[in-house]
Structure formats: C-alpha cells, structure tokens
Design a protein around this ligand. Structure first.
Ligand code: RUQ
Ligand code: CUA
Length: 654
C-alpha cells in the first residue's frame, strides 16, 4: 500500500507542477532585450545559408520521420516511413505498397519512436537512419543519400517494438526488444496464465556492411517482463547491449499499480559477442516464424515484399554468460550509455534518484560470480556491486539521458518538466532549466555515440498548452532548443514538430550533404515500365487493363491525347520523368482517381491506377509547378462506353 501512496503522491506532485508552470507562463511573453536578441542571433540562419546540423525527429503516431535543420528549427522534409503519404504517393502507388506489407497484411500506419544514425568506429557516419514501429513491430531503414525509406523488416514474436532501433558502434546490429511479452509461440491461452508463460524477445538484426541492409540474425527469448529502452555498449563495453525492463512482477492487469510493486526492476546486460559464439556453436533452435522483409530497389524504383519463415532462438538459461540482470530502481525507462562506455544510466520513472551502473564493476562482479540469485536462469548481480553512483533527487519522473562528450549528462524529467545537467563521476547537479511542458526525450547530435557534438540539446515536449497560437483542442507538439556550450544551459528557441516525437538523432550537416543525390540517372532506371524517350511511349491494352507508358519533361506529357479507354478499364499510368537535373520533379493526377503521383523525381518511374467510372473526356495535369509553362502541362483521356469499339490511339502534338 505504501508504494501505491508513493505513486499517487508523485502524480499529484506532477499535476501541481504542471498547473503552476501554466500559471506563470500563461500570458504572452514580454521578455526581450539583450537576452532575446542574443538568443535570436544564435538560431538565426541567414537566407541562403545552411543549418549546421540535421535533426531527424521521430513522428510518433504520424509514423513518419521529420528532418529539421538546427539551430534554426526549420522543417526540411517529412520522410514517410510507416504511414501513407499522398505527397510522395508513399504506400499509395504500386511501387511502394509492398513496403507496408506485414504478416498482418497491409498496415499503412504506425507509431514511430526512436531514430538512430548508423555508426562507424563509434561515430555517427550519416549513411542511414533506422527507426522503429512500435505497434506492428518493424524497423525501417532510411537512406540518407535519397532521404527515402528503402527497407522495412518486421520483427516476429514481438509486440510493441519499443526498445528499438539502436545501432552498435560499427553498425553490426540494430536491435529490437519487445515491450509486451506475449505467448511464445503465439497461441490461444488464458491471459491469467501470463506469469511464467509469456516471453519477451530481444531481436538482433544484422546490418550489411555495404548497404546497411537488415537481416534478423537471432532472437534471445527472455522472461515475460516489459522491455522498454536500450542502448549499445561502446568503447570498453562494445559487444554488450543494455535493455531496461519493467513489470518484472509479470502482472497482466492494472499495471500502474501491479507493475510498481518491486523496489527494483532490472537492466538486462546482453553480451551479443557471446551470442554470436553460441550461434556459431549451434546452440540455437530454429523455430517457424512468419514476418515480412520489404526492400525498395533504387534501380527499379520498386519495392518487393518477401515473407520469411524461420528464426533462430537463443535461450539465455541454456547459454551461460549471455545475459545478466542489473537491479535498477523503480520501473526504469531510458537506458543510456555514456560516450566512454563505462556508465549505464537507468532512469527509474518512480525513483527519487538516478541510478548509474559501472561497466567495469559489472565485469568484476561477473568474474567473482557474486550473484544475488537468478530469475528464470539468468544471474542477478548485486545492486551495490555494480553501482557507480547516484544522482540524488535531481527531479521527478526521469525519462532519458544524453551526453555532451565533455563529462556532462542531461536528463529529462517529465513530471517536474525540466532538463537537468549533471556531472559524470561526481554525480552533482550543475544546472536545471524548465521545459514547456512535460518533456519526454531529449537529443544532442551524436548523443548516442562515442563522440557527441555537445553544442545544442533539443527537448521534445509532450504538452504544449499556451506556447503557440491556439489551433482548437489539438495543439502542435513542440521542441525546444538549448545552447549547452556554457556552464548553464540557455533556452534559444521553440519550434513545432509533427506527430508526437519521441527520440531524435542529430548529425553535423557536413557528414550528410556530400552523399545527397540530386536525381536518378535515367540510364540506370530498370523499372519494368520505364520509357527513356518520347519515341518509346505507347499505350497497350491487355484485356481490361490499359498500360500507358508515358514520359514527362518541361512542359508536356507524351502522349497527351489518349483515346480508346472504356468505362470498366483499369488504367495504369506508368510515368517516367525524363529530366536529368536537380530539383525538377513533375507530378500527374487525373480527375476521379483515388491516388496520384504528385512528385516523380528526375529519372524516376512511378505508377498510379485510374478506374474511370464515367464516360467523357477527362483531363490530367502536372501537379508540381515546374516551369513558366507548368500550367500548360496537361492532357486528355477520352473514356468511351464499355461496349464501344473505338481503338486505342495516342498522340502528342500531331
Ligand atoms: S520513449 S519519450 Cu521515452 Cu519511445 Cu517516448
Ligand atoms: Cu511539370 Cu508542372
């Protein structure tokens, strides 16, 4: 009962704090003067200049990934990942629909949480961003040469893929840990029999050195806890991966009470190098599975979906040395490893203090076999033996920690609405700044690597209230940018974000810019329906299917007059953009069509389908303002009755 009171007390304290924040901040800001101008200068990026950093901010329930420039906070692009996007026809057109295929069928939305940038030698390398889908468990790869999603892999035996998608220091693996434990294998059973029977899969997805491609290498089948977040070891702890757990009580109902009983939950320390040895030695079981692996081919401009049928499973009880539990107070959320790889920070949501574990001490305790019992065959280390230090009473409701590479850590506190800066080794609090309001994650560019770029931190806030002009009941989510170059943090900027951002990843722009593609070379286009000159354009009938092989170039379509289409036909527009120049997309849309191709990049072929329902002469037009004569870029399709005998014909200019 005492614990329940403690919990309720925290929540009440949080509500009080929220209310008081609002009161003091509810009138329009009148601050200004010296501070305002200096903050303004610090975020001002003059017209024509570029930002210093890219920030990749997860779209949360929008399922997308948004790209911002820092310090300006300017939105540069929204990359559709797990959600359909009309602007890019993502998930609408024939080429990209397979990307959203899963074992549950076509799932065109998700809840995208934690982007992470690929690394080389422990440093962000600007090649790929990986991001997880929380609902129907998936991981996507976004290629930073095109800023397009080029691969999505489903994660079997999982539900709520939350401790994901973090990358090891040489991009050996990207991991996924199931938030919900589920029956393994999935089956019809009573929910009451959860305890001892449900399992939590930790998945290690091998990354291809050349192209960052994903392949589910193995899963570690853990006890039925909830696996919340994770981070890779680095430097001295490279080869290990750390996962926070909660609900070690294995409750299946009213978790806010029943999963808050244990004084300590665990951080699971997984030795993935050891796992590789066990795999090599054949200590795994191959079990049937069913999960989608979807790959977008940049040459064919087309995605394919393959169902995979097996997965290799390691049982930690049968693999000594594979997993250890580090007791960590009170339902830890964030699990963050400092740039040296020595410290593992567990952010106990209901704990008054922050717990920091020592990797060196952990190894020593393992060597000395100083265990405090075991859970399902996994040794539990003694809390005191692995503890590096405690940050005393830093705030309420800690969620996440990032590092600046200069010996400081920054932790967000949801309930007390603040970012707190503290010192590694001495554990003393150095500074605290309010957030507006109720911050979730925070991000320092390179923060999840051995080399953070400790110039800015952004706080991603869950509640916005009065910070912007009201827009009805739903107001924008918000990020805040702080300068962290000095001893004290300085709030510089608020900027709105899309969806509900969770984690973000940042990188100096110079590490990404040189690889950015300007167009797709036409000679490399291997799309099945591509045509590379106007002379090759044609219209072909196959039963009631009509395939239009069309091109577009400033400022016309070829062909632009088509006759012989009939009601009941399925008309495929396969459209190739012949331009070979930077920033000259064209688009196409037809009246009454369910979808369109609003943006076809130079050198690219994309397809949309039109099923005309009405007899008549129907126009199509270019949707992207591409030239002075953009408004002239148009054409007509004549649609005749079903029983008409008008032959197919197509022309351009006569
Ligand atoms: S994680 S703040 Cu903390 Cu997915 Cu949302
Ligand atoms: Cu092409 Cu407008």
């Amino acid at each position: 009962m005492k614990k329940i009171n403690g919990l309720i007390g925290l929540v009440i304290a949080g509500l009080v704090m929220l209310t008081s924040c609002n009161n003091s901040e509810s009138s329009p800001k009148k601050s200004g003067g010296a501070l305002k101008s200096s903050a303004a200068e610090k975020v001002y990026v003059a017209p024509g200049e570029h930002d210093e950093f890219y920030a990749f901010i997860s779209g949360g329930f929008s399922g997308q990934l948004s790209v911002y420039g820092l310090p300006s906070g300017r939105l540069l692009k929204v990359v559709p990942v797990f959600s359909q996007d009309p602007e890019k026809a993502w998930g609408y057109n024939e080429e990209t629909k397979p990307m959203l295929n899963t074992s549950h069928g076509f799932i065109p939305w998700d809840d995208a949480h934690h982007p992470d940038i690929s690394q080389t030698n422990g440093q962000v390398d600007g090649r790929y961003v990986y991001i997880n889908a929380n609902n129907t468990p998936r991981i996507a790869k976004v290629d930073l040469s095109t800023f397009e999603t080029t691969e999505i892999i489903e994660v079997p035996n999982s539900a709520g893929n939350h401790s994901s998608s973090f990358v090891t220091e040489n991009s050996e693996y990207v991991v996924a840990g199931t938030r919900f434990s589920v029956p393994f294998p999935q089956r019809d059973m009573s929910i009451k029999d959860y305890k001892g029977n449900f399992k939590g899969a930790l998945s290690f997805i091998k990354l291809d050195e050349e192209d960052g491609g994903m392949d589910l290498s193995f899963q570690i089948m853990m006890p039925g806890f909830n696996y919340d977040l994770s981070h890779p070891g680095r430097g001295k702890s490279h080869g290990w991966f750390f996962f926070t757990t909660y609900n070690t009580e294995e409750a299946n109902t009213l978790l806010e009470v029943n999963a808050s009983q244990n004084d300590k939950d665990f951080i699971a320390a997984v030795n993935w190098k050891k796992a590789e040895e066990y795999i090599k030695a054949g200590k795994f079981k191959t079990v049937p599975a069913n999960y989608a692996h979807n790959v977008y081919d940049e040459k064919t401009h087309t995605a394919t979906s393959t169902m995979k049928k097996e997965v290799r499973i390691l049982d930690p009880a049968e693999c000594p040395g594979l997993v250890y539990f580090l007791p960590t107070p009170k339902s830890p959320h964030g699990c963050d490893v400092d740039p040296s790889g020595e410290y593992i920070v567990g952010n106990g949501k209901l704990s008054a203090n922050l717990t920091v574990h020592s990797f060196t001490k952990m190894l020593k305790a393992i060597e000395d076999k100083k265990f405090d019992g075991e859970a399902y065959g996994i040794p539990i280390l003694k809390f005191e033996d692995v503890l590096a230090g405690v940050v005393e009473q830093p705030g309420l409701g800690p969620l996440h920690t990032e590092f600046d590479g200069k010996g400081n850590a920054y932790t967000t506190f949801f309930i007390s609405s603040e970012v707190v800066k503290w010192k590694l080794d001495t554990w003393e609090v150095i500074d605290r700044k309010p957030t507006y309001y109720s911050v979730g994650h925070l991000m320092i560019p390179g923060g999840n690597s051995s080399k953070p770029f400790g110039k800015y931190v952004i706080a991603m806030n869950k509640i916005t209230k009065d910070r912007y002009l009201p827009t009805g009941p739903e107001v924008t989510q918000s990020a805040q940018l702080y300068d962290i170059t000095g001893e004290k943090m300085e709030l510089l900027l608020d900027f709105p974000t899309i969806g509900e951002p969770h984690y973000a990843a940042g990188i100096p722009a110079d590490l990404v810019k040189p690889r950015s593609k300007q167009y797709f070379p036409l000679e490399e286009n291997e799309h099945e329906y591509a045509v590379k000159s106007e002379a090759e354009t044609k219209v072909v009938r196959k039963g009631n299917e009509v395939h239009i092989y069309m091109t577009m170039i400033r400022s016309h379509f070829a062909p632009d007059n088509i006759e012989g289409v009939k009601v009941g036909d399925k008309v495929y527009f396969h459209v190739t953009n012949l331009e070979q120049d930077y920033d000259v997309p064209h688009g196409i849309s037809v009246i009454g069509a369910n979808t369109s191709e609003l943006l076809i990049m130079p050198g690219q072929t994309e397809t949309f389908v039109w099923e005309p329902k009405q007899v008549g002469v129907w126009p199509f037009y270019c949707t992207d303002f591409c030239s002075a004569l953009h408004q002239e870029m148009q054409g007509y399709v004549r649609v005749s009755p079903k029983d008409s005998d008008i032959d197919l014909s197509w022309t351009l200019g006569e």
